[in-house]
Design a protein around this ligand. Structure first.
Ligand SMILES: [Zn+2]
Ligand SMILES: [Zn+2]
Length: 295
């Protein structure tokens, strides 16, 4: 690891607020109320308007808390105050529900069957993550973060639709080497014979900076690939609308062929209506060739 890519430590970056100081600044109800008021306003608020929106009677107290937030979370500009990006992040963390809500969602059946044994698939939610697995053979089809804010105003079907979209995007970023949690560098390695997965080879994406980790079937990285999307479109399927756990080539073992282990190279054969799209993928999860055969 080069010097430039040393992980951010509790010391933070030079010239920035120490993380512990920054967190202690927002650990206060009035200050969170100020951030929420600026977020709701969606525009620069004058001192008077912001004071009114927050509703704290004592002006000196209000000013004291506002000054504490200014620079890191709030910026002062002509005409008043507005949120900085760090302030928006705090508000989004509150809205995502991670700190205040712990939804209880019992396991529920999905309208899909396991590609390994044909039994019903189910979704389970715990520790702010959804896992999809088979009730019969216990094969797992991924376990990924889903902040509780995702349940707001959504039915079970809509929640699973949102989860499916989220998983596609998480893997698109991870395959490009970017961590969705912290923007750090993600490294990918291939893993042989993890019994939790249907496919004999899976991949682990791990962030070098924050250690965020995704363990996944290889096929997930193809959900955004233009050739794979076009192949489905030619067969009347809008790939981005199909839950990934229904796609046998994506999560199963039959479509996967290991061509080499050092360096890793695999082929995934997507079959639709008598046609096959063969996609060769290298160790960096880049598609190095595609071939379409059949009718
Ligand atoms: Zn099964
Ligand atoms: Zn990260």
């Amino acid at each position: 690891m080069s010097e430039r890519t040393q992980p951010v430590t509790a010391g933070g970056f030079e010239g920035c607020a120490e993380p512990a100081d920054a967190f202690s600044v927002v650990a206060n109800e009035t200050r969170l109320t100020i951030l929420m008021a600026l977020w709701r306003a969606e525009e620069v608020l004058s001192f008077t308007d912001l004071h009114r929106a927050v509703g704290l009677r004592d002006s000196a107290q209000f000013n004291y808390h506002l000054q504490k937030l200014t620079d890191v979370f709030v910026c002062q500009r002509e005409g008043g105050y507005e949120l900085r990006y760090a302030g928006e992040k705090v508000v989004r963390a509150v809205l995502s529900g991670s700190f205040v809500e712990t939804p209880t969602v019992g396991p529920f059946a999905l309208d899909a069957s396991c590609v390994a044994c044909g039994d019903d698939l189910r979704a389970r939610y715990a520790d702010e993550r959804f896992s999809i697995d088979c009730a019969g053979c216990e094969t797992r089809f991924g376990r990924y973060p889903f902040p509780p804010g995702g349940f707001t105003d959504r039915s079970d079907d809509e929640v699973m639709e949102a989860f499916n979209q989220r998983v596609r995007h998480l893997h698109c970023l991870a395959a490009d080497g970017v961590c969705h949690e912290c923007n750090g560098r993600m490294r990918t390695r291939f893993v042989r014979d993890d019994e939790r997965f249907a496919a004999g080879v899976s991949v682990v994406h791990r962030c070098e900076q924050c250690r965020h980790r995704l363990h996944s079937p290889i096929g997930l990285t193809l959900l955004d690939h233009s050739g794979v999307v076009a192949f489905h479109r030619d067969h009347g399927i809008d790939l981005c609308r199909v839950p990934y756990w229904r796609l046998e080539w994506c999560v199963g073992d039959d479509a996967l062929t290991v061509l080499s282990e050092d360096p890793w190279e695999v082929r995934i054969d997507v079959e639709l209506g008598g046609e096959t799209l063969s996609v060769r993928i290298d160790e960096a999860l880049s598609v190095i060739a595609t071939e379409r055969t059949g009718d």
